[in-house]
Design a protein around this ligand. Structure first.
Ligand SMILES: *Cc1c(COP(=O)(O)O)cnc(C)c1O
Length: 405
């Protein structure tokens, strides 16, 4: 027999285990904020880019496909005109392989001690920006008695990733030596433009010239890079001189055009149900630090999502949502998990759905609206949606909804 204290202690110790079991057995019914991803939009956007250039399209699916699901975006893009995939780190590429995708994959940003072995084994091309990176690839490929496919990466004017021009001829010569030993094959040369969103900026001409010089220098060193690539979304849309053999398109696939020259289709719709609605008097202060005060009697609705779910706090005081076909302001500060919407004389029922953003067809705010309210870019909004938002993917063809979480 246990004493009462011992029994309580035992129950306490067993409690969490039993709860964990319960959780595994019955999934809680889904409620709350919901993100719907329209793969039809991604299909249409990919087709537009494939038509736009005679170069091949590399679908850039870094950062989980710009928050849209890397595997879904990759599959959809490959079925609609893209012929290869681009990611930042090797792990992102490995996940594409694990999902069964066999298209060429390029990973372009890795520390020197990255898991090069996995990349080589999985047939993932690696961008090489420096001699230490090249040495790491050579060492690993030699140990595996395999040939790594690499793209030499030249800094074409951002002072970010890529080889400095002064180190480039040496990098090309070292890569050529490694080709002779069979450890690497230089299949590509890449650069990246820092000002392509503004096509008339002279930085673009400098980048193009430097890239052409880099390709020439590689050829002089005896390399024969078949895949030259410089353009991302904006340059693909605005400057055919940057297209070369492959255009690396990321933002454009998910409906973001930083050059503001074409109408792409946004793919995300974020909604949430009202948790509660209350009627308040004039003079009522709302939220942390009372940054908003009701001027007249109004209804206030509470939505269960906040900055931990990806609504930028910087949009406080400007952001709106769509309720019953009308834009309504979010009032007071955006909190971590919740926001308050001023509904005026409209008494909304708890459980009714507000649209936080979508393609804009019904007058709802867009991701672009949210970006401007928060003084940021659309990329930051779509990659920032938190993990507790339920995700659903609408297939490109049938319009069927597939539940992801
Ligand atoms: C993110 C990225 C891209 C894709 O750029 P978008 O403008 O989103 O199309 C291409 N190349 C590199 C090196 C990148 O980092």
């Amino acid at each position: 027999m246990n004493t009462p204290t011992e029994s309580a202690a035992l129950r306490f110790a067993q409690g969490p285990r039993m709860n964990a079991l319960t959780l595994v057995q019955e999934q809680p019914r889904e409620t709350g904020a919901r993100l719907e991803i329209d793969l039809g939009a991604i299909a249409a956007n990919t087709q537009l880019f494939a038509r736009r250039s005679s170069a091949d399209v590399m679908a850039v699916v870094k950062a989980d496909g710009f928050g849209h699901g890397a595997v879904d975006v990759a599959r959809t893009a490959l079925a609609n005109g893209a012929s290869s995939l681009g990611v930042t780190g090797i792990e992102e590429g490995v996940r594409l392989r694990e999902a069964g995708l066999r298209a060429p994959v390029l990973s372009w940003l890795n520390p020197v001690d990255a898991d090069v072995e996995s990349a080589i084994r999985q047939g993932i091309d690696l961008a090489v920006p420096s001699r230490p990176h090249l040495e790491a690839v050579i060492t690993q490929a030699a140990a595996m008695r395999m040939t790594a496919q690499i793209h030499l990466h030249l800094d074409t004017g951002m002072a970010r990733d890529g080889s400095e021009p002064s180190a480039w001829p040496g990098l090309c010569r070292a890569a050529r030596l490694a080709e002779r030993s069979g450890t690497v094959q230089v299949v590509g040369v890449m650069g990246h433009l820092g000002c392509a969103d503004h096509p008339s900026d002279p930085c673009n001409a400098t980048g193009r010239t430097r890239f052409a010089w880099g390709v020439e220098a590689a050829r002089s060193a005896g390399l024969r890079p078949a895949i030259r690539h410089l353009a991302a979304t904006s340059a693909t849309l605005t400057d055919p001189r940057t297209h070369h053999d492959v255009c690396r398109v990321g933002a454009g696939l998910v409906g973001i055009d930083p050059s503001r020259t074409v109408a792409l289709r946004p793919a995300m719709t974020l909604t949430a149900p009202f948790v509660s609605v209350r009627r308040v008097r004039a003079g009522t202060n709302v939220g942390y630090a009372h940054t908003w005060t009701a001027r007249a009697v109004t209804h206030l609705g509470l939505l269960p999502l906040g900055y931990a779910d990806g609504l930028p706090r910087a949009a406080s005081g400007r952001a709106e949502v769509l309720v019953r076909g009308r834009r309504r302001p979010i009032v007071g500060r955006i909190s971590m998990d919740q926001v308050v919407v001023a509904l005026g004389d409209n008494r909304v029922e708890p459980g009714e759905i507000a649209t936080v953003f979508g393609p804009g067809d019904a007058g709802e705010p867009t991701v672009a609206d949210w970006a401007s309210w928060a003084d940021t870019i659309e990329h930051e909004i779509v990659t920032g949606i938190g993990s507790r938002v339920h995700r659903h993917t609408r297939a490109a063809h049938a319009g069927a909804l597939r539940s992801l979480s």
